[in-house]
Write a protein that binds this ligand. Sequence first.
Ligand code: GCB
Length: 683
Amino acid sequence: MTAEIMHSIYTIVIFGILGSSVVHSLPPEQPITGGMLYPRETMTRDIKDLGGIWQFQVDLSTWRNQSLVKEWWKRPLAENVDHVLDMPVPSSYNDITANRSIQNFVGWAWYETTFQTPKHWLDTVEGKIARRIVLRFESVRYYASVWLNGMEVMSHEGGHLPFEAEISQYLFAPPVTNRLTVAVNSTMHAHTLPPGSFSWEPNTNRYPENYFIMDPVGNFFHYCGIDRRVLLYSTPLVYIDDITVDTTYRNISGNITGVVNYNISAIGTTTQNKVYVSVIDKSQPGKAKVISSSKMVKGDIAASVEVPDAKLWWPMYMSNSPGFMYTLRVTIVDVSGIAIYDQYDLPIGIRTVRVTKTQFLINEQPFYFHGFGKHEDYDLRGKAVDPVTNLRDFYLMKWIHANSFRTSHYPYAEEIMDLADKYGIAVIDESPAVGLASKENFDPVVLQKHLKVESELIRRDKNRPGVVMWSLANEASLGHDYSTAYFKAVFQHVKALDKTRPASMVLNQHGNATFFCDVILFNVYHGWYNDRGRLETVALQMYDDMSTWYKELQRPVMITEYGAGAVAGMHLLPSFTYTEDYQVEILRENQKAFDKLKAEGYFVGEMIWNFADFKQPPLSDIVINNRKGVFTRQRDPKESAYLVKDRYVKLAQAMQQSMGMQSLQNEVDEKLRFVPENGVDLL
Ligand code: GCB
């Protein structure tokens, strides 16, 4: 299906839903082309961050369409509305103001900023601008249309992933100021990813006139807006467009030679160009190890470079230098080898991942995941990340001795993924396909969107050593032939795009499509969503579930969500739901089952739901947040954090021992605070 057709379907769907008779032409969606390498500054590339306070207003017209009818992008926002608001970018817009209609806004929200083009970007050679200038959004949730100086630039459907376009032809030269307008739409419906539901309430005795209700799927708050960085960057016209790396190694009597296979595509090269590739070990300042490789002339190249005495990328607790990263430096030069056209530094790690019937192997060593399901969710900022929270989360993961997390339920910011690579935290990288349930959610239109999202995600994260597995969906309904056919197509697509990583999806039920999963990832809340309060059933049921999965499918099995809600500071003896005490007991009962399963040899990991409390939509059974975090939303520990730390230290220690490393034993006594009581072991 072409981008145009997909686009017109989207246009009809979204305006159909909002009841408008106006079918407006929006900028066509960009097809998946180009590498879209993460913008990094090098000697040939520079970046201008457009973050800051932007102008903002929402279109509250009855059919939510007047901003489009009146073409708000043609004039400064302030000329279209009574008053404009200030809005930080990046940030979700929902929790910034004191206004409920903005917190819950559904429809078109308008952003505007102005900027000047750096003068040297517009320098010309033979009358033509000599640089390529790109406007990039790291994520806008959910649908974005972009205009520059009143001209259509691009549109994109789907949050959490970057999109960009070349904009030289739309730019004004300084001192004239450029006006950037972005319209964001957060309407979710049966054909969005994730889906939502949308209904009109015709009974005016009970609802205001023209009232609609939009409920996104899931119990995480529906944050929207320009929630990641907006960047302008420039490259030369001859530039490196994409790099794909896959790594392996030879181990001859402990002597490791790394093999870095790479594909590079360059744009604008001619036979007058060469490309140099080198692997740089930046861990030794002053004497960086540079291993140079092949040269290429024009177009694409597929080759490999060997790294003698290579240091492998390992997760935490499997090496004394976890997260070891090299730099793959790609340089385009002229035929003499002297004049540099473009240079890009790609961080890479050398490692392999493979699954057997019972094991998850990293560098051929069994890996046991002990970590968390997370959310991008923070006070006030919603889904916008910042370096402060990012680092706090990683320091907490270090403190608690986690070695992994899942990007539940959507791709996380690249800044987070960078830290995971660097610290040796293994990531299960999840797409936004959460909660596909009704037949409509498996419609061919959604399938096309899902394939596109997987392409975008793999394009973005394919070179990250920290990403050890793809999760294609969370808790989809699997009981129908159409869902089996749907997932067959998605799995085939992902496997064709990336042959180096296992692919799976997170399950909460059995069904034919589970057959496609390389690893069984299962969510279940014994003692919480079933048999609530009956602690004595938890370990038995968890063991029964997970061992049944293994018997059924004969492949590695792990738990990706289990847990219980706890309001920080709330205690009762005996414990009761929502107390910290009950959360501790639920976790401990589940962990008894994990120990038994682990001993049976096919259980490869445990992830708690959730790392931290997170905001929910208004729900009847809890005050404001989902309280299943072992940390509060402000990242303070609950009592359960000490239980988990106790366990994760021991799991880390076991991993170190299995790797023949000096263990954490000397640290353990000091680190442990929570000593589990000797309860009756029901298993
Ligand atoms: C789940 C979902 C997760 C929810 C969690 C809960 O199964 O995967 O998104 O937040 O349960 O707390 O209800």
